[in-house]
Ligand binder design. Structure first.
Ligand code: DOR
Length: 430
């Protein structure tokens, strides 16, 4: 199993902006040779991938796999299998589980499950505050030593400024980002973006200012402390502008945007489909366009899915009661390729940057997200021509809360390789 020759594909190196037909020889989990032509005698297994694009393995900095505690929605196995089918080799799992990932033993639990499953790299994010209730700083150093790669109270903003300041001070020694879910809850009491559509629907809004105020404070604290801030799921044009200005001043900040904020707006909520209810909310076209620009300019560094499974029962509740979130890790690439790249709004390189070497850099794993001799063999092999329809029976997540059911998408992941271990998406789908 360990030596594989991958033949005939088109290799894309986003960091170098090069594209060409190459064979790859994989041995003991690493890429050992990249060449125009490698004889098939070099390996006992030859994988013919003519017509497929070979990308560095995708990395998702933000997903909810719900284990421990809500395994009826998702668990680390179903989440990992969905990720593999989406071409993801490494996924950061968010700590708003039950109980939250807020101490060493809970982080160790995630790492032990990763070892047991041997699917993708599961990278736990620890909470910033104990039990994620915003009152006391959690034991960040202990969690980091146990394998936490970042810290976040995701789902909630750390409203206590002194705590956030302290966490950011720590982040300098932790070499791990403090990830902010930037929405001030006192300003975000509604269920959708506050604007014309919320007025028409008679639903209470979550205005841009609730995000902007939170981003502004966190940037100011990062600037003061020299700490490392990562802003999760940026959704407003004005927050993107604040991040841009902070970057220009040299603040240590990175940021992410979700596929849904890049492809949908609040207009979709006219359908009252609760799958479109997400936090922060889908905003307006001017926001969507600004997020795309921010991604192109590098103001926003990465695309992260915020894959957030919820049961049908919960999502069938009325709009006020339904929990926020949609799933999407399995088709994130196809969604972005179909609705942004093929429409000409974003070029493929920008998308690949945001899914490969840029998230790798944030994780401090420079050898991930690139295809080089000697580097770990993390690869995503995609048929860019293949059109397919998102049907429920193809969904590997335990939850089905996506508004994209029945949608025609282009770009089909065929193989995902994690440290030399090859997964066929056909096999995963059964
Ligand atoms: O829409 C969301 N769902 N946003 C979050 O921040 C949390 C997430 C979840 O856990 O369901």
């Amino acid at each position: 199993m360990s030596r594989i020759l991958i033949r005939g594909g088109t290799l894309y190196d986003p960091k170098k902006r090069t594209e060409g037909r190459y064979d790859l020889l994989i041995d003991k989990g690493r890429i050992v040779k990249i060449s125009d032509q490698i004889p098939s005698t070099e390996a006992p297994t030859v994988l013919n991938v003519k017509g497929l694009a070979i990308f560095p393995g995708f990395i998702d900095l933000h997903a909810h796999f719900r284990e421990p505690g809500e395994e009826h929605k998702e668990d680390l196995e179903s989440g990992s299998r969905s990720a593999l089918a989406g071409g993801f080799v490494a996924v950061c799992v968010m700590p708003n589980t039950r109980p939250p990932l807020s101490d060493r033993s809970r982080i160790e639990y995630i790492r032990s499950r990763e070892e047991e499953l041997r699917l993708i790299k599961i990278l736990p994010v620890g909470t910033i505050t104990k039990e994620r209730v915003g009152k006391e700083l959690a034991e960040l150093l202990e969690m980091r030593d146990a394998g936490a790669v970042a810290f976040s109270d995701d789902g909630a903003w750390v409203a206590d400024g002194a705590l956030m300041r302290h966490a950011l001070e720590y982040s300098r020694w932790l070499h791990a980002p403090i990830v902010s879910h930037a929405e001030d809850p006192t300003l975000a009491r509604g269920v959708m973006h506050e604007g014309e559509v919320s007025d028409v629907l008679g639903l209470k809004g979550r205005p841009r200012i609730s995000e902007d105020v939170a981003v502004f404070r966190d940037l100011a604290l990062a600037e003061l402390t020299g700490g490392y801030l990562h802003v999760a799921h940026v959704s407003s044009y004005s927050a993107a502008r604040l991040i841009q200005e902070a970057k220009q001043r040299g603040v240590h900040v990175t940021a992410e945007v979700t596929p849904h904020h890049l492809t949908f707006t609040d207009e979709r909520l006219r359908s009252f489909d609760t799958c479109y209810k997400v936090n922060p909310p889908l905003r307006e076209e001017q926001d969507r366009r600004a997020l795309i620009e921010a991604l192109k300019e590098g103001v926003i560094d990465v695309v992260a899915t915020d894959h957030a499974p919820h049961t049908d029962f919960e999502k069938e509740a009325d709009f006020l009661q339904a929990p926020p979130g949609m799933i999407g890790i399995q088709w994130a690439f196809a969604q972005l390729y179909t609705f942004l790249v093929l429409t000409g709004e974003v070029d493929l390189w920008t998308l690949l940057d945001a899914l490969t070497w840029k998230p790798a850099k944030i994780l401090g794993e420079p050898q991930w997200g690139q295809i080089e001799e000697g580097y770990p063999a993390h690869l995503t092999l995609v048929d860019l021509q293949h059109e397919w329809v998102l049907e429920e029976r193809r969904i590997l997540s335990k939850s089905k809360n996506t508004p994209l059911l029945g949608e025609k998408l282009r770009g089909w992941v065929r193989w995902t390789m994690v440290a030399g271990k090859l997964f066929s998406v056909d096999d995963l789908l059964g």
